[in-house]
Design a protein around this ligand. Structure first.
Ligand code: PMP
Length: 402
């Protein structure tokens, strides 16, 4: 019965062009990536990773990983509260605390295994029965899942609709109010109006939880992320950053008021009941964060910004010729080309693949129905020539979909 049931559901996904396929990469990510069984294993020019600074295959970080494993071992062997919290974890936390000191008074940090885990931790530990969570409707799935798991009341506001949020805050009767938002939205690349959100938080005795998965490393002169970009400072800020995107490794952290961090340690089940990050990985994260704020990190961010400008100019010219297609308002490494229906997005993605370029089609439920898109992501590992190759291929694919 189970298998028949699953097969029926899978056929429904096929019929709606929503079936996804797990593909196995045979090489490191950006800019060139080859996949098992595709094009005879020939490398595709890939615009799909979140390796925004091109650090995921950086030789210095590979060296740090090897050194970390030799020195600390490959595994932590236990959860943080038992014996898995090792010196490299504490060193990363100390560095993150330094990064956030200008933005959050007395900032403390807590390292976790992934952004998904960190968001569940925040939502469930802070979102108890005394709290209301105010969530942007386009928040990342991990924040949505965390809100579902929390005991708190949950209010959702339309993307960026701060007038709606303000009314919700004014009408809220719970003692704890938490505004929850992606800092850079993962499917659109736009940046939340964090200064306005913080003002609302201050006016309504609320706190602002921001998910900076796509801002960390990319935004701010030193790559410290959205808070550096907007030069914000408040004890009401709670920032989650991921380490598997621009930082090129894996894991995540929360930076916040010391009491918030202490409460996560005591109560966040997704932090407590999981094995601590490998110390070799933590050691590598330390090297990665140092690289992000170094002169090399700055150069990589500047190169990325140049590519973003080049891509947007070219995409805008394409979109102007194609009614119904739109280019999202984004100045980050995420550049969405929104085409509407699932089939068109898939066709475009396939047409690019034939030309040796990989850009995934994003469809519901990852994005709202009717907004299927190519989610193009840029990395400092790309060259201007490669971005031009993508634009040329898109122009040809556009001719084919007329
Ligand atoms: N938040 C956002 C906005 C994300 O895009 C992602 C990853 N796609 C996550 C959280 C989860 O982070 P991680 O991959 O480290 O679990």
């Amino acid at each position: 019965m189970l298998i028949e049931h699953i097969n029926r559901r899978l056929l429904e996904l096929d019929a709606a062009a929503l079936r996804r396929r797990l593909r196995t990469a045979e090489s490191p990510c950006a800019p060139l990536q080859s996949f098992e069984g595709e094009l005879g294993g020939a490398p595709l020019l890939a615009f799909c990773s979140n390796d925004y600074l091109g650090l995921a295959a950086h030789p210095a970080l590979a060296e740090a990983m090897a050194e970390g494993a030799r020195r600390w071992g490959t595994g932590s062997g236990a959860s943080h509260l038992v014996s898995g919290h090792m010196r490299p974890h504490a060193q990363v936390e100390a560095l993150v605390e330094r990064w956030f000191a200008p933005h959050i008074p007395n900032a403390r940090a807590l390292l976790m295994g992934s952004g998904y885990e960190a968001n569940l931790a925040l939502m469930t530990a802070l979102g108890d029965g005394s709290a209301t969570l105010f969530c942007d409707k386009l928040n990342h799935a991990s924040l949505i899942d965390g809100a579902r798991l929390a005991d708190a009341e949950v209010k959702r506001y339309a993307h960026g609709a701060l007038d709606v949020l303000e009314r919700q805050l004014a009408a809220c009767a719970t003692p704890v109010k938490l505004i929850v938002t992606d800092a850079v939205f993962s499917m659109d690349g736009d940046i939340a109006d964090l200064p306005a959100l913080l003002k609302l938080a201050e006016a309504h005795d609320a706190w602002l939880i921001l998910d900076d998965a796509h801002g960390l490393g990319v935004l701010g002169a030193s790559g410290h992320g959205s808070l550096e970009h907007f030069k914000l400072r408040s004890e009401r800020l709670i920032s989650m950053g991921t380490l598997g995107k621009a930082a090129g490794v894996s894991g995540a952290f929360v930076a916040a008021h010391p009491a918030v961090i202490e409460w996560l340690v005591q109560r966040a089940r997704s932090f407590i009941y999981t094995t601590a990050m490998s110390p070799a990985v933590a050691h590598t994260v330390l090297a990665s964060l140092a690289l992000i704020e170094s002169a090399e990190g700055r150069e990589r961010r500047a190169h990325l910004q140049g590519l973003i400008g080049q891509l947007r100019t070219g995409l805008q010219a394409l979109v102007d010729q194609k009614p119904g297609w739109t280019l999202g308002e984004s100045c980050t490494g995420i550049q969405p080309l929104i085409v509407g229906d699932n089939e068109t997005a898939l066709k475009l993605s396939a047409a690019l693949r034939q030309r040796g370029i990989y850009v995934p089609a994003m469809r519901p439920p990852t994005v709202p129905v009717g907004t299927a898109r190519l989610r193009i992501t840029l990395s400092a590992a790309h060259t201007a020539g490669q971005v031009q190759r993508l634009l040329d291929a898109l122009a040809q694919a556009l001719e084919e979909t007329r």
